[in-house]
Each structure stands twice: as C-alpha cells, then as structure tokens.
Design a protein around this ligand. Structure first.
Ligand SMILES: [Zn+2]
Length: 105
C-alpha cells in the first residue's frame, strides 16, 4: 500500500506519508501535508478507509480524487486528529494561533 504525491508522483509508505502531515484544521476537517520529496503542500481529508483530495469551493471542500487506504481510521480530538492504521497511530496537531502572551494551556 503506497500513497502518491500528486505533484511529483513519488509514492510513500503510510508511515512516511502520515508523518509528513501537519496542521489539522478542525473547522474544515482537513490536514495539511508537505511532500518530503518535492516540498509540494496539499490539503486532504482523512476518511475511514480512504484519503480525499480536492479543492476548496464556495466555502466547502470538493473531493475529486480518493486514494483507498484499507483499514484507515480517524478520530477527532480537541486539538488534533488521530490517524490510525493497523497498530500505528499518527497525531496531527491543530495549528495554534496564540493570542497575546497567553499560552493555550
Ligand atoms: Zn511530491
């Protein structure tokens, strides 16, 4: 099971791919991903059993490409998204916007 980068067409094992995910946007339900090979940044939605790729349009995210990842699961947490596959888990944190000097915790 390999997951492609749509820009450079490199293919990644799930561990390498999901470690390159960063910044979970809870409102849009999207994670940002930066390709370790070419540096292309993409946004994707993690869905049960698949990844959805697409474009923001009219305030929503239209999925036009899906990559099946059998066994993929997701769980939304307060400030992160947990992505799990088999016995592995990757945690993608929400980007925090600090207001003033106050730490969020
Ligand atoms: Zn790439």
């Amino acid at each position: 099971m390999l997951i492609p980068c749509f820009a450079c067409e490199s293919r990644f094992h799930p561990d390498e791919y999901f470690r390159a995910c960063h910044d979970y946007h809870r409102g849009k339900d999207l994670v940002a991903w930066t390709c370790p090979r070419c540096g292309n940044q993409d946004e994707l939605r993690v869905l049960p059993g698949e990844l959805g790729f697409g474009y923001p349009r009219c305030g929503r995210f239209d999925i036009c490409d899906r990559v099946r990842v059998p066994g993929l699961r997701r769980q939304r947490q307060d400030l992160r998204l947990d992505i799990s596959l088999d016995k592995e888990i990757w945690r993608v944190s929400t980007r925090r916007r600090l207001v003033g000097a106050r730490r969020p915790y």
